[in-house]
Design a protein around this ligand. Sequence first.
Ligand SMILES: Cc1cc2nc3c(=O)[nH]c(=O)nc-3n(C[C@H](O)[C@H](O)[C@H](O)COP(=O)(O)OP(=O)(O)OC[C@H]3O[C@@H](n4cnc5c(N)ncnc54)[C@H](O)[C@@H]3O)c2cc1C
Ligand code: FES
Length: 217
Amino acid sequence: MGPYALLRLARGRLEPGIPGQFFMLEAPGRLLPRPMSLCLARPRELAFLVDPVGPGTRALSSLETGDRIMVFGPLGNGFRLDVRSPLLVGGGIGIAPLPYAAGALRAPPTVLGFRTRHHAEAASLIPSAEVVVEPTFVTEILPAGDFDVLACGPEPMLEALRRIVPGAQLAWEAPMACGYGACWGCVVEMGGQLRRLCVDGPVINGGTHGSPVGPLL
Ligand SMILES: Cc1cc2nc3c(=O)[nH]c(=O)nc-3n(C[C@H](O)[C@H](O)[C@H](O)COP(=O)(O)OP(=O)(O)OC[C@H]3O[C@@H](n4cnc5c(N)ncnc54)[C@H](O)[C@@H]3O)c2cc1C
Ligand code: FES
C-alpha cells in the first residue's frame, strides 16, 4: 500500500481487542518486539500496516508467506467507542488503527492526510474517507459540526487537533520495549506526572491530560 506493507497474520487464538490497542510484534532474528496498532480484524486474520522506517519495521515488512513471528497483545488503552457522533482523523502511518475503528463504528465520517499521493494509496483501507495530500493538512478539511474526534497521526497533527477539539481522543507514540508496563522505556510526562504510555495510553483524552512530552528516559 504505497510505501507501507500490510502484514497479514493468521489469527490463531488471539483476540483483536479494541481499536487503538496495539500488539508487540517480533520479527525473526530481531531482539526486541515493535509496537503495532491493529489495523484490520478479519475472522481468521489480524492485519497490521507497517511503515518500514528502521531495522525492526523493515524486518516485519519483508516477512514471507509462511514465516512465523511472535505476537503479543492486545495491549494498552484503545479508543472509547461509546460516542454520539464519531469522526476519525488520521495522518500518515497514523491511519493504521482507523480501518478497524471504522468497521467497529460502522463507517463514520473519516478524514485522512498524507505527505504524498504514493503514501495516500493506503487510504484505500477506508474507501469512504476524504483524503488530502500536503500542502493541504487534514485539519483544514475537518467537517463543521459537533463531532467526537478519534485520531492518530504525527505529533504536530495531534497537537493541532487538541487545540481545535479539546476533548479529542488522541493515540500517541513513544518507543516501547515491553508494551505492558515493566521496562519504563515509554515514560512520558503528562499533566506534570510521569506516565508509561503503554499502560496509560496510547489513546489519551486530549482535554484531560494535555499532551505527553517525551520520551524522557
Ligand atoms: C502504540 C504504538 C503503535 C504503533 N503502531 C504502528 C503501526 O501500526 N505501524 C507502524 O508502522 N508503526 C507503528 N508504531 C511505530 C513503530 O513501533 C516504530 O516505528 C518502530 O518501533 C520503529 O522500529 P524500527 O526498529 O523499525 O526503527 P528504529 O531504528 O527503532 O527507529 C527508527 C526511527 O523512528 C524513531 N522511533 C522509533 N520508535 C518510535 C516511536 N514509537 N515513536 C516515535 N519515533 C519512534 C527512532 O527514534 C528512529 O528515528 C507504533 C508505535 C506505538 C508506540
Ligand atoms: S514499554 Fe515497557 S513500560 Fe511501557
